[in-house]
Write a new protein. Structure first.
Length: 286
């Protein structure tokens, strides 16, 4: 994303009023990259817990940053308190997994925040190497377990078909992180069946970007491509075609989709509208 100079200037002003304890929390995030938020207090001898969430979202986000932000920035960002005590102005969160496939949230600073904190000499230029105890969700290697009787050639063909179906690799990796590795409809967390779905297809000038995508379980992706459900662009609710009778799918009718915590990465309303309008026409013609 383009460097936001207005945000940088506003952050410099707000962050100049950090207390010593708040500065220590900021340094924890900077000095220990790829360490889950709840584990950061242990890096300085404390107990794991939610203290970093509270300081970033409440003490800094709510009390020192949000109120003084320009209107344009507040309009484009989620206010502190979403996904408890999170402040998107200062940090972005991403999901990591440990060797047991347990999921955790990590914080990292936006570029504007890094520059502001370095300008104020709260953090330095250097930081430690990223922890190797955790792997970013989108960097997990997909496991393909071939059926025992399959030949090597058949296994390769299956793997190739799966990769093609899942969508362009970079696009899928981005959506895995944006949606926290969960299906936007069902919340399914089994990465091996999650696919990158275009809202507006590439052939119709759709782009490979998060706002033109949904992370969907394979069956919901198929139904989406067939025009058998769509997202209401005003309410972000799921509408299932009357042609579907199976309760496994109809029970989701009217539910809201799971959206990214960062509103800048949430599905674009205009793009959803294009898809939704085509869906409604098909429903009327059915």
């Amino acid at each position: 994303m383009t460097f936001d100079r207005e945000l940088f200037a506003a952050l410099k002003t707000g962050l100049s009023r950090l207390t010593m304890s708040e500065q220590q929390v900021v340094r924890l995030i900077w000095n220990y990259p790829n360490v889950p938020v709840h584990q950061l207090p242990a890096m300085r001898g404390g107990r794991p817990g939610g203290g970093v969430w509270l300081v970033i979202g409440s003490s800094i986000g709510k009390k020192k940053l949000w109120a003084q932000m320009p209107r344009r920035i507040r309009r484009e960002n989620q206010s502190p308190g979403y996904r408890p005590f999170y402040s998107g102005l200062l940090v972005r969160w991403y999901t990591v997994v440990d060797k047991h496939k347990n999921r955790f949230i990590c914080f990292d600073f936006h570029e504007e925040a890094v520059r502001a904190l370095q300008h104020l000499k709260v953090i330095g230029k250097r930081r430690n190497r990223a922890s190797e105890d955790y792997t970013r969700l989108e960097e997990l290697k997909d496991e393909v377990r071939p059926i025992e009787q399959n030949s090597a050639a058949e296994t390769k063909r299956i793997e190739r078909a799966i990769k093609e179906r899942r969508g362009q690799p970079m696009f899928r990796r981005e959506l895995l992180q944006v949606y926290g590795g969960r299906c936007a409809v069902t919340g399914c967390e089994e990465i091996s069946v999650l696919e990158a779905a275009h809202i507006v297809g590439f052939s119709k000038k759709g782009r490979y970007e998060a706002r033109n995508g949904l992370l969907l379980r394979a069956d919901w992706h198929t139904l989406f491509d067939l025009g058998l459900w769509a997202v209401n662009p005003n309410r972000f609710t799921i509408e299932v075609s009357p042609r579907i009778n199976d309760r496994e799918y109809t029970r989701f009718h009217g539910r809201k989709i799971n959206r990214p915590s960062d509103p800048k990465l949430s599905p674009d309303r205009d793009t959803l509208s294009r898809r939704y309008n085509r869906f409604k026409k098909r429903c009327m013609a059915a």
